[in-house]
Write a protein that binds this ligand. Structure first.
Ligand code: NDP
Length: 433
């Protein structure tokens, strides 16, 4: 920790993984001898760069860009780019570190990495976002590639941004290298189901947890945080499975829609108009909008945090548990604080950690890479079927690992050990690198 001062989120993510790994070292002392843990915590490469661009008024703006190439034991670095004012090295490293284990759990041949910038796309015109993305890629292009490092989207980076980034990569390199980025548009190398995959996958994973208690999403009262890519698609999938999703949020407030959220209207407001949740409430009778406040004040039997890290603390967790929560599936990365995770686990709530529950996005990115490599494009049904199999497989891997290590139902332990063992074995086999 002393080597990485001031990187609170990175410390949190590392501590959580390390706390699960005691039993692995008892069984496999060779991993300790090979300093696998120390090597895992040190990224293979970290790139930090200046991103200059001009805004619509002609003023020069400077942002900071990051790409942390964490671990390539299983395949090329793979992980999203986040554009949000809170981005700094500690956030990128926590996300990259989590990504190593998440990608291992998918069973696909992908290593772990993450990147982004402290650029805030909110309130920026399309032209400003394009100029920023072009400048960002003008440095990033030399570090990435189909066989090296394959970025994708995350907070603040969706189809529009991936388009601008891909266009600039193609222009600089003079190569139509589809496999260099994932999350592309359908007509230029994207995969069906990729936009839906993280939210859908989170719900599929949570449904698998519910099944272990003879239950399902049918009839559940669900609360979701966020109203971006992951949240909207989680809401849609949960409702398809018979749940009533009654609340969701953005960083300004939350809505309560007791009739069940109207996904078509939500998509119109957030994806087409790029508006705020407040606009949804204005357009739909009977919906209340609560400025500020916490969406976790709304009672639920299933909670799906899909916004950002550390958005659900111990007090909110205790309130949810008191009000009848039975399951929580993390669509976001590390949305629950360490206190919150303890509260859920002590109360016997089914808890699906992000590195397992939200792996559907990166898994479908790997499916996009497969389609690019074979110059093919699969149907929605086939791709969704693959996603479902992958999520069921991840659930099985976490559950059986937790059983094997004597803690049945502990998905945190199952995910951390399951991901770690796979990466550690590959690192051992590849020598001291
Ligand atoms: P989006 O940018 O599409 O949406 C993010 C949502 O979260 C918005 O509603 C945003 O509100 C809200 N939010 C973001 N930051 C904050 C904050 N500091 N406080 C409160 N609300 C906030 O991002 P995604 O849906 O893609 O990502 C959401 C989460 O899912 C992240 O943790 C991401 O790492 C994780 N994830 C995403 C994957 C993907 O495929 N996209 C894959 C795996 C994980 P507002 O608009 O007001 O900012």
């Amino acid at each position: 920790l002393a080597r990485n001062p001031g990187e609170a989120e990175f410390h949190q993510a590392v501590t959580e993984v390390f706390e699960s790994l005691g039993p692995v070292h008892d069984r496999h002392p060779e991993l300790l001898e090979a300093a696998i843990l120390e090597r895992l915590c040190e990224p293979e490469r970290q790139i930090i760069f200046r991103v200059p661009w001009t805004d619509d008024s002609g003023r020069v703006q400077i942002n900071r860009g990051f790409r942390v190439e964490f671990n390539s034991a299983l395949g090329p670095y793979k992980g999203g780019l986040r554009f949000h004012p809170s981005v700094y090295l500690g956030i990128v490293k926590f996300l990259g570190f989590e990504q190593i284990f998440k990608n291992a759990l998918t069973g696909m041949p992908i290593g772990g990495g993450k990147g982004g910038s402290d650029f805030d796309p909110r309130g920026r015109s399309d032209a400003e976002v394009m100029r920023f993305c072009q400048s960002f890629m003008t440095e990033l292009y030399r570090h990435i590639g189909e066989y090296t490092d394959v970025p994708a989207g995350d907070i603040g980076v969706g189809g529009r941004e991936i388009g601008y980034l891909f266009g600039q990569y193609k222009r600089i390199t003079n190569r139509y290298e589809s496999g260099v980025l994932t999350g592309k548009g359908m007509s230029w190398g994207g995969s069906l189901v990729r936009p839906e995959a993280t939210g859908f996958g989170t719900v599929i994973f949570t449904q698998e947890m519910l099944k272990t208690r003879g239950s399902s999403f049918d009839g559940q009262r669900v609360v979701v945080s966020g109203s971006g890519n992951v949240a909207i698609n989680a809401i849609a999938k949960a409702q398809t499975l018979g749940a009533s999703v009654v609340a969701c949020s953005d960083s300004s407030g939350y809505i309560v829609d007791e009739a069940g959220i109207d996904v078509a209207l939500l998509r119109e407001v957030k994806e087409v108009e790029r508006g705020r949740l407040k606009d949804y409430a204005v357009r739909r009778p009977g919906v209340s909008y609560v400025e500020a406040g916490s969406v976790w004040d709304v009672d639920a039997t299933v909670a799906l945090p899909c916004a950002t890290q550390n958005e659900l603390d111990g007090d909110a967790a205790a309130r949810l548990v008191r009000n009848g929560l039975v399951a929580i599936g993390e669509g976001a990365n590390m949305p629950s604080t360490r206190d919150a995770v303890s509260v859920f686990q002590d109360a016997g709530v089914l808890f699906g950690p992000g590195k397992a529950a939200n792996a559907g996005g990166v898994a479908t990115s790997a499916l996009e890479m497969q389609q690019n490599a074979s110059r093919d494009s699969w149907s929605f049904e086939h791709t969704e079927q693959r996603l479902t199999e992958i999520m069921v497989g991840i659930h099985h891997r976490c559950a059986s690992t937790a059983d094997e290590y004597g803690e049945p139902g502990n998905y945190v332990l199952g995910a951390n050990i399951g991901g770690f063992v796979k990466v550690a074995d590959a690192m051992l086999a590849q020598g001291l690198i």
